[in-house]
Design a protein around this ligand. Structure first.
Ligand SMILES: Nc1ncnc2c1ncn2[C@@H]1O[C@H](COP(=O)(O)OP(=O)(O)O)[C@@H](O)[C@H]1O
Ligand SMILES: [Mg+2]
Length: 146
């Protein structure tokens, strides 16, 4: 699926709509340059699971943020894990904080910014890939590949 958005709200809404199609165990990889809109789209996904997007903090420094999903928002997904590897030195660092307990876990959806850095952790896992590219002005081209 291809989309073009004109502002961050439109990108957030794409994320929100996508959230309805996500299932526990899904691993969503967000590809794109700095400022492309990976965190913005993630906020939309998180919002779609009933969490206030203002509570979403970018895990640039913490590497990983967990959100509990209320039963009223989803029967099947109970946890969201947002990972940002931008400042990661090597993937061992993520292994140490227990990321493998979450990847592909049955009731957990993982959302990963800069997945290129952790190819070893992700290989042989089924992933959903989202590519975000800058276009003219504030436009972004968003491609979702299952
Ligand atoms: N169409 C758009 N989609 C997403 N973000 C946009 C768009 N137009 C402008 N922006 C701005 O670009 C920035 C995207 O930041 P962010 O989502 O943190 O990017 P990333 O996580 O990819 O580094 C925000 O400041 C946002 O307001
Ligand atoms: Mg980001």
């Amino acid at each position: 699926m291809d989309y073009i958005t004109k502002n961050s709200d439109e990108t957030r809404i794409i994320g929100k709509n996508l959230s309805t199609q996500l299932k526990g165990g899904d691993i969503v990889l967000l590809h794109g340059d700095l400022g492309a809109g990976k965190t913005t789209l993630t906020k939309g996904i998180v919002e779609g699971f009933g969490i206030d997007p203002n509570d979403v903090v970018s895990p640039t420094f913490t590497l990983m943020q967990e959100y509990q999903v209320d039963k009223s928002a989803s029967e099947q997904v109970s946890k969201l894990v947002h990972i940002d590897t931008y400042r990661l030195e090597d993937e061992e660092q993520l292994r140490e904080i227990g990321v493998e307990d979450y990847l592909g876990e049955k009731n957990t959806v993982c959302l990963i910014e800069w997945p290129e850095k952790i190819e070893g952790l992700l290989k042989d896992r089924k992933t959903i890939n989202i590519l975000i590219r800058h276009s003219e002005n504030d436009k972004r081209k968003i491609k979702i590949k299952e």
